[in-house]
Design a protein around this ligand. Structure first.
Ligand SMILES: Nc1nc2c(c(=O)[nH]1)N[C@H]1C(S)=C(S)[C@@H](COP(=O)(O)O)O[C@H]1N2
Ligand SMILES: [Mo]
Length: 315
């Protein structure tokens, strides 16, 4: 770890994405093949219509083309277009998730058994990346709390740690020796955050099996936090009494914290968090700006989790 050099998010990532838009124009111009390839042939969604849920925001959905071609998934590369382009050989099945640590009933779940046990519901959530762009995404998934209930957390458990798969043969970004992240990508939540009804394990989007670039087969969605908390392609969930490490905080603790609650009043050291660029809105070469909301608009549901806490110190 000592030789490790933390990556920096390039400032180009927070200015209009001309390069991305050019690449996207190319991808779209190359025909619909890319889109249908994004969704594998075997789909849990076939014959399993996700129930609509009340946890839905009434905002214009980000087009699926943007949701599936403008991604952060450093295991497949650092450019926004890399995950869609370089994840075609990734194999999201068969897949198991080991849930262990401070629980009465540690278990290894097959992802399709989980989907059967906890039929996905649709949730339209805002998603706000720490890089000051945002989307509105219809996820299909189930509450993380259902999985936690199944393993029976001990009274001593206070935190939940998550781990992404390590598969350098299928994830070219895991072979990068310079400028990328240490693997596995890890994240963590407080147990009460993990049990909040908003906290979702997503297995699909737009009613389809989750595309590889979005974190197949199962990824975390914590809509009141910056996007980096939404760890992808999860293989392990561990309950503990110690605050777990998270990858971006480990990479640069001055810029990224453990909590990462969306907060327009606490700027990133290198850019404002007061507004966000809504991807896919406002024309082809620009995106419209929206004000960023405290807790990404979910304050009614989650602000009480942090009562008495200094949100500037615990960023
Ligand atoms: N394993 C892993 N999970 C990850 C990332 C990553 O690089 N690796 N990027 C995070 C970041 S910074 C964001 S904004 C979201 C992006 O999710 P999306 O590409 O589905 O929009 O995934 C998060 N989860
Ligand atoms: Mo992000």
């Amino acid at each position: 770890m000592s030789a490790y050099r933390p990556p920096k998010i390039a400032s180009s990532e927070i200015t209009p994405q001309q390069a991305y838009l050019r690449r996207r124009a190319f991808l779209i111009g190359a025909g619909g093949a890319g889109m249908s390839a994004a969704f594998g042939s075997s789909s849990w969604a076939e014959g399993l219509a996700a129930t609509k849920s009340n946890y839905t925001v009434d905002e214009k959905l980000t087009p699926i083309e943007d949701v599936t071609t403008y991604n952060n998934f450093y295991e497949f590369g650092m450019d926004k277009a890399d995950p869609a382009a370089l994840s075609k050989d990734f194999k999201p099945r068969p897949w198991t998730i080991k849930v262990d640590g401070m629980v009465a009933k540690p278990q290894t779940f097959d992802v399709d058994a989980l989907i059967k046990a906890f039929p996905p519901e649709e949730r339209v959530y805002r998603m706000r990346c720490v890089e000051a762009w945002s989307m509105v995404i219809p996820w299909d998934g189930f509450q993380l709390s259902k999985v936690l209930d199944a393993v029976e957390p001990l009274g001593s458990a206070k935190y939940v740690a998550f781990e992404t798969v390590v598969r350098p043969t299928e994830m070219p970004g895991q072979n990068a020796t310079f400028g990328s992240l240490p693997w596995p990508y890890v994240e963590g939540l407080r147990l009460d955050e993990a049990r909040n009804p908003l906290t979702l394990l997503a297995v699909g989007l737009y009613g389809e099996t989750l595309p590889n670039q979005n974190g197949a087969p199962v990824r975390l969605v914590v809509p009141w936090k910056y996007g980096f908390k939404g760890i992808k392609s999860i293989v392990r969930i561990t309950l503990s009494d110690k605050q777990p490490l998270n990858t971006w905080q480990a990479a640069n603790s001055g810029e990224y914290g453990f909590y990462a609650n969306v907060n327009p009043a606490v700027d990133h050291p290198r850019w404002s968090q007061a507004t966000e660029r809504r991807i896919g809105e406002g024309g082809f070469f620009s995106s419209s700006r929206h004000p960023t909301l405290p807790f990404n608009g979910y304050a009614d549901e989650v602000a009480s989790l942090y009562s008495g806490m200094d949100l500037k110190a615990n960023f």
